[in-house]
Design a protein around this ligand. Sequence first.
Ligand SMILES: [Zn+2]
Ligand SMILES: [Zn+2]
Length: 248
Amino acid sequence: MALRRFKDAARRVYQRGLDLLYPRGACCLICGHPRLASAQDCLCEACREALKAYRVPPQACERCLSPVEKGKPCAFCRSEAMRSIERVFSPYVYGSPVRSLIHAFKFTACGEALPLLVSPMLDSLKIRDFDCVTPVPLHPKRLRQRGFNQALLLGQSLSKETGIPLAPLLLRTRYRRPQSRTPLRSRARNVQDAFSCPSSAKGLRVLLLDDVRTSGATAGACAKALMAAGAQSVSLLTCSVVYRRPAR
Ligand SMILES: [Zn+2]
Ligand SMILES: [Zn+2]
């Protein structure tokens, strides 16, 4: 009994020491471990290093960022998803640390995660002559559930940094189950006609914005709606791309 009390007291002292060193809430956004608290430093050293390994490799397809074999044409570029998309820009390949960072931003509206995503996204944006930044919209029902649209938050920040005006041109007109819970092969059908562009996009070079490109079906459907509304071109900027070959 005395031993247990001693252990509890020791644990409390240890915890108090940790709290002093690492104020509560000041945890790494990726692994959750306490970090040296500083307003600018939201990642621990190990996670910062781990993120570097998830940069899109230079040998990826220049247009769509998918893996390509030397000398062979890119399969993803010829897919339906890329039909209306001119180019894809993204800093990261989707994987564990990137997923955690996006998760912190997407599901907890964590303000600290926003610059950690926007800054590398800006670095990846090789071309900047766009007329507007257009976020992929959420359906009003999903917006009510989540409280904010992550692509809109990214768009606001990117617009501020680049000076490219923000233009939320798209509407999500159909409520469908989330793409993340839809089998890959059904994703194109799941978002078919889910987006509309009610105002004119005539002659606009649009930079479409989303958090992750997986099958490309969502971005493809958005780009199709923008092109139908007269857009000159649509390119896509995301926080990360899933790095794999499309199903043939
Ligand atoms: Zn960490
Ligand atoms: Zn490609």
